[in-house]
Design a protein around this ligand. Structure first.
Ligand code: NZQ
Ligand code: ZN
Length: 386
């Protein structure tokens, strides 16, 4: 096992009716800006639950944070916060609203004028952030308890992330009932995203990290079991609860502590969203099976472990077991309604040179657990994904 430092300070409040706890967590004299997305929280009752919980507080409201949150929108929000004496943020939404709110929190007192620098330097110069909490409405990204934020800049076609020790949410409210209203597409997206997060911290090479391995296998098997049920029974509380808790843990930091990681699928996938606007999970479902195929020899031992322990493929030759596991992974995504080829999204691969150029500009030229996913390898993965 590798050395690691793990700090996951977000307080998690999980369960039915727990939005009401906000008043026990947020200081009474806070001047709050509640941030949200396109309005789902208005029709599913989440916004009114939050307002009820915050009765007596000073609360201003700012909507319009879009999926794959746009830098262009967020910098306006930063100005708003600077001019309205806001001292606490409350994100109510999915990963996009939470990521956008992390950006606002870190940008308000950023020491330099160019706020895009936060992304190009991966948060290196952030010194402080406004305190904030979140009410999660879409289990997927793990943003609710981690210190990562992914922001897109529409004008330049960039989708970049930053990390900072000051952008952990203080409190994350996880009420599975608020996910009953998710459209199937977003339910499936969340399950695919959590599945891929788990695989990217698991399918590398053995590090004799037995707890992390079995933890990852447990999360994967839970998603395989509960994912299809969530589509069939969207109001099944236990199913939603298991998915919500799995997605949080898939990217809370604990799974990747002490083990090698391979975030190449995410890096290649981000270019597809930036250029073509595909959902985050759709892009992962396109890239992952081809990346596993391309890197199957260096990932051999863990792919075999994945095949045997998660999929129970034990009969055939090792290579056959790995073939079956990669195929079954793709089939799982498809069975959830998330297509796995560029052509399924009416893309013919003509944008591959542009995506390779972006990877190069962003310095993403040696990805993977062995830093051996060069631009040539990325190109082959994109081409295989058509
Ligand atoms: O905007 P509203 O109206 O709220 O609707 C949203 C949005 O249209 C809707 N939705 C959310 N909760 C709902 C709901 N609709 C009905 N009922 C509910 N309870 O779902 C749509 C998608 O929401 P979004 O927040 O965009 O989805 P997700 O949570 O998948 O977040 C995706 C973003 O997170 C980033 C992605 O790259 C992408 O930008 N990621 C963040 C990570 C992190 N911070 O650690 C890691 C991930 O790998 C990922 O990159
Ligand atoms: Zn993801």
């Amino acid at each position: 096992m590798q050395n690691f430092t793990l700090h996951t300070p977000t307080k998690i409040i999980f369960g039915k009716g727990q939005i009401a706890q906000l008043s026990n967590e947020i200081p009474k004299d806070a001047r709050i800006l509640l941030t949200y997305g396109g309005g789902s929280i208005k029709y599913n009752g989440v916004l009114s639950q939050v307002h009820d919980a915050l009765e007596g507080y000073t609360v201003e409201v700012l909507g319009g944070i879009e999926p794959n949150p746009a830098y262009e929108t967020l910098i306006k929000a930063v100005e708003y916060v600077r001019h309205h004496e806001i001292d606490y943020l409350l994100a109510v939404g999915g990963g996009s609203v939470i990521d956008g709110t992390k950006f606002i929190a870190a940008a308000v007192n950023y020491p330099h004028d160019d706020l895009w620098e936060i992304l190009t330097t991966c948060g290196a110069y952030i010194t402080s952030a406004i305190p904030f909490s979140c009410v999660l409405t879409l289990p997927a990204t793990g943003s609710e308890t981690n210190n990562i934020s992914v922001i897109s800049r529409r004008k330049t076609g960039d989708k970049l992330h930053f990390v900072s020790s000051v952008i952990f949410p203080q409190v994350a409210i996880l009420d599975p009932e608020v996910t009953f209203s998710l459209p199937s597409r977003q339910t499936a997206n969340g399950i695919v995203d959590a599945f891929v997060h788990t695989l990217e911290q698991y399918l590398t090479y053995p590090a004799n990290a037995k707890v992390q391995d079995r933890y990852a296998e447990g999360l994967l098997m839970t998603l395989l079991e509960e994912g299809p049920k969530a589509l069939k029974e969207p109001e099944n509380y236990d199913v939603r609860a298991n998915i919500m808790w799995t997605a949080t843990q898939a990217l809370s930091g604990i799974l990747g502590a002490g083990v090698p990681q391979d975030w190449a699928t995410h890096m290649l996938a981000h270019q597809l969203t930036a250029l073509h606007g595909l959902d985050h999970a759709q892009t992962l479902a396109i890239i992952l099976p081809h990346l596993l195929q391309e890197k199957r020899s260096v990932k051999h031992a863990k792919l075999l472990q994945y095949a045997e322990r998660v999929w129970k493929f034990t009969e055939d030759s090792e290579e056959e077991q790995i073939n079956h596991a990669i195929h079954a992974t793709r089939q799982f995504f498809e069975s959830m309604g998330v297509k796995t080829r560029l052509s399924d999204y009416q893309l013919d691969g003509s944008s591959i040179p542009a995506m390779i150029k972006k990877l190069e500009q962003q310095g993403l030229v040696a990805l993977g657990e062995h830093q051996d996913i060069t631009l040539d390898v990325s190109k082959r993965i994109y081409e295989a994904s058509i």
